[in-house]
Each structure stands twice: as C-alpha cells, then as structure tokens.
Write a protein that binds this ligand. Sequence first.
Ligand SMILES: Cc1cc2nc3c(=O)[nH]c(=O)nc-3n(C[C@H](O)[C@H](O)[C@H](O)COP(=O)(O)OP(=O)(O)OC[C@H]3O[C@@H](n4cnc5c(N)ncnc54)[C@H](O)[C@@H]3O)c2cc1C
Length: 534
Amino acid sequence: MPHDLWEYFVFRFDVIIIGSGLAGFTLALHLADHQRVALITKKNLLDGASSWAQGGIAAVLGNGDSIDEHIHDTIISGAGLCDENVTRYVAEHGKEAVNWLISQEVPFTKDETNPTGYHLTREGGHSQRRIIHAADATGRAIQETLSEKILAHSNITVFEQHIAIDLITGKKLGLDDNRCYGVYVLDTSTGTVKTFSAQNTILATGGAGKVYLYTTNPDVAAGDGVAMGWRAGCRVANMEFVQFHPTCLYHPHAKSFLITEAVRGEGGLLKLPDGNRFMPDHDERAELAPRDVVARAIDFEMKKRGLDCVYLDISHKPADFLISHFPNIYARCLELGIDITREPIPVVPAAHYSCGGIMTDLQARTDITNLYAVGEVAQTGLHGANRLASNSLLECIVFAKAAAQDILNQDKVSEQFLPEWDESRVTDADEEIVIAHNWGELRRFMWDYVGIVRTNKRLQRAQHRIKLLTEEIDEYYQNFRVSNDLIELRNLVLTADLIVRCAMARHESRGLHFSRDYPAMLPHAENTVLQPQI
Ligand SMILES: Cc1cc2nc3c(=O)[nH]c(=O)nc-3n(C[C@H](O)[C@H](O)[C@H](O)COP(=O)(O)OP(=O)(O)OC[C@H]3O[C@@H](n4cnc5c(N)ncnc54)[C@H](O)[C@@H]3O)c2cc1C
C-alpha cells in the first residue's frame, strides 16, 4: 500500500481501548467527551468477568469505617507484597469511584437505615461492612448501566467480534523509540485483519483463568493482554499468584458456575464421596477457614485419592431456608438435576483471579510510552500476594480514571505510517485439531502441575511441556492464517510460561503461592519481576 493512501485503510482514533469490561468502560466514558475512542472487544460487549461479579465493590463510605482500616485489611491479605502507596491511593479514591457509579445510575441495593443510604455487606478479610452491591449480581447491574452510556456516546465506536492480535510498537517498526502506535485486530466476523492507529492504546483485557482446566472466568479470559504486553516489551510481575475459588460447580454442562462461600457460611459441609468430612483434619476452622486454606485442602484430597471432585452438602438445612437464601444456586443446580435441598453439590476449586500482570504505575502507564494497562491485566501493586475480596472492581475504576487524566494532559504527537498485516506467506489451516488438542492439553497440565499446590518437579514438568507446545504453536502461527482460537492458544501458552517462570523464581510459600519444596515464608518480601528480552 502506498504511504499516501495508508490513512484510508487504517482505522484512526485518538484512543484504542482493548476490552469492554469495567476497566474499558470506565476509561471510555472518562475520555469520550474529549477524544475519539475505539472500543474493541473480542466477543459481545457484555462478555467479561465484570458482568459476572457477584459480591460488590469495597470502599470506605462512612459508617465508622476508615481508610486506614481498608488499607490494613488489604495489606494483611496481600501477605507482605502490597505496595503501600498504591493501596492508600486506591483506598482514598474508593468513595469517589462509587459516587461516579452512582452518578451513572447504577442501581445499588438501598438501605434506608444505613446513613450512606445503601446496604453494605461484609466479606472475608474485611474488618468492616464496606461492600456496596446490587443484590447478588453487582457486575451485571454496573455493566448493563454503563453499556447504555457507551452505546449512546457519539465519540465511542464499538467493535464487537474483534480480537486484538499484537501491538504495533516503534521497535517493531524499526524506529528508534519505545512507543505504541496501535494494534492489529482480527475481525472474526469477516476473517480480515485490520490496522488500528491511535496516540494511546489501553490494554483492558481482563484475566487469564482459561489457562486452567477449571475456572470461574468467562471464555474471553485468555491472558491476551499480558501476552501482547510482554511480546511488546513490558515487564510482567507476580504471575504465580493465582487465586483459586474453592467451590465451583463440577458438572459437564455447567461451565464456570460459582457456589458462593456463603453456602459454607450458612453451615454447608465439605465431604468425600463416602460422605465423610475432611476439613476438620486440615484446619481447626474447618469449612470456615479462609479461601486459600479450603482450596488447598480440597486439592490435597482430590490428588491423594484421585477424585474428580468433592461434595458440598447443605441438604441438612430446611428446604425453604435454602430456596430463599440461595435462589440462583438452587435454580441452576436443579436445572442440572441436582436438588441441593436433598443431595450434596459436586464441587472443584477453580482459577478465579490473576493478581499478577503487566507492571504499571499510579497513572496505569506501562514500560512502553502511550501504552496503558488497566484492570485485571495489570499488576499495580494493590493485591500483593493475595487479593482482598471486592478490591478488583474498585481497582478498575480508580486506575481507569487516573489513566484518562494522564491521557487528557498529553500533547498531541504526529501520526506514524503503519504497515498492513502481512498475510503473504500464510495459507488456511489444514488441521484445526492441533489447536483443540493443544488447548486441552495445556489446561489439563496447568491444573495438575501448576495449580494450588506446587513442587519443583511439577513445575519442571509443566515447563518442559510448555516448551514443546510453544514450538508447535509458533510454527503453526507462522504458516497459517490467524483465527480467534489460534490467537488465544498462542497467548495462553505464553501466559502459562510466565506463570511457571514466576512460580519457579519464588523459593518460599507466600499468599496464593504454595510450594511443598519451600513451605516457609521468607522474612523479606519481594515481587517476582520478569524482564522481557527484546
Ligand atoms: C465469577 C466472578 C465473580 C467475581 N466477583 C467479584 C466481586 O464481587 N467483586 C470484585 O471486586 N471482583 C470480582 N471478581 C473479579 C472481577 O470481576 C474482575 O477482576 C474484573 O471484572 C476485571 O475487569 P476487567 O475490565 O479488567 O476485565 P473483564 O471484565 O474480564 O473484561 C475484559 C474484556 O477484554 C476483552 N478482551 C480480552 N482479550 C481481548 C482481545 N485480545 N481483543 C479484544 N478484546 C479482548 C474481553 O472480551 C472483555 O470484554 C469476580 C470475578 C469472577 C470471574
């Protein structure tokens, strides 16, 4: 394509936001009155973990609570690795973040008896009632409300069924700078790769739960942002800290359905297939032990006995109590033939949240100029070695706003000629089975070898397999046209590699990382920082 024609073929905006979760929405709405925004999302607008969030958002809203207590709770949970400055910054901006959502008309559950006017719940690890929520479907209420504003804004162009493949950086263009100029994006409805150009690009791509066999995450959570950022030259940190939710429904037709911890809180008992309880053998708090302790105990029993799942039994409670307290769980399980008022629920632990990611500063800036990372894709320093419940939605809003302010303060830079995506040396794939097979294999061995309890041997086994898969997928990628599944698989393997490398570098057990070879916690806490070699 001649240089003077390139602008007719390139999608040009002021800002490109990759991802339509809470991070992406918040950024778009803060920028769109001043800049032209492209909002790119690989499936539909509401597909993302944000829409699935149940509990709510942690923020100090009054009522005898204090910023210092929120900071304290976050730091205790983070097991020595929270960045205190970042934690203070987020806690101090909590009320502003929630007020912004209220101003957007998010229908939070009200409580006239509470001075804030809203009902606040308490979750594990929080010393106060500080979780604002919309019944038990907070994420959906937020995302539906914000999506209406997004669709109504004339400065925001939404590109659904568009998956970002790779960032376009100065280094890739052979320039002598460290800038991001845009991104190559596959339009999965037509199969064409488009070039997007903008002064600023934001990775708001969410987590990486799909790297594991069992996950509470939606299908879109394939680690794309971490992989794209790493390939472009960003540092990545703390990927070993994967939070596992102890109880995800185990059923061939139920993908990613969470059984809330409240079931254990209300008396649910964890049992082996023979009906015996096992939690009292692991912790004196039994079923009420913290999330990571319960997840480790279930994992231990499953691996020791070769079980596919364990059982969560609350059938000893009156049926009307269960139906009124857990209407969604009751209905969903019944649909699948499990009557929770009469029988135990089959459950497995599942990958839930990725604490690590692309390293960012207080304005959500990455190591690459004009590239930002916001939300679960980023490692801001807030979560440390273990995320405190309901801090992640808050993090999305606080850092999206900070990034927007930073972008609006920038001077305009001149545009750069961006070459088209080169498809001259590829053909259509001959065997899709390679992708399906490798995808299944990766998720299985990550679950078995890099799951809740790790050992040096297991990590080495995983690393060996990752190396083989990487070679095979790279070859496939170089020879065949890209597809959604190939892009995701390539990113999943790289994300798995980053998790294993971080896990191998940590010679202790801390927070969510537990190693049988290094069961003790070292006196000095340090982040695991991986430096890209490009
Ligand atoms: C079941 C569940 C319950 C939860 N409950 C809570 C809770 O109560 N409170 C709390 O604080 N946190 C909760 N979390 C965590 C929280 O929901 C997430 O951390 C948060 O929503 C992440 O927001 P995000 O905007 O970063 O990513 P997401 O909301 O996951 O959005 C990512 C977006 O990026 C898009 N995308 C990804 N890759 C690409 C690509 N290559 N090209 C184009 N688009 C791409 C996706 O399609 C999606 O639109 C929960 C998580 C789960 C899974």
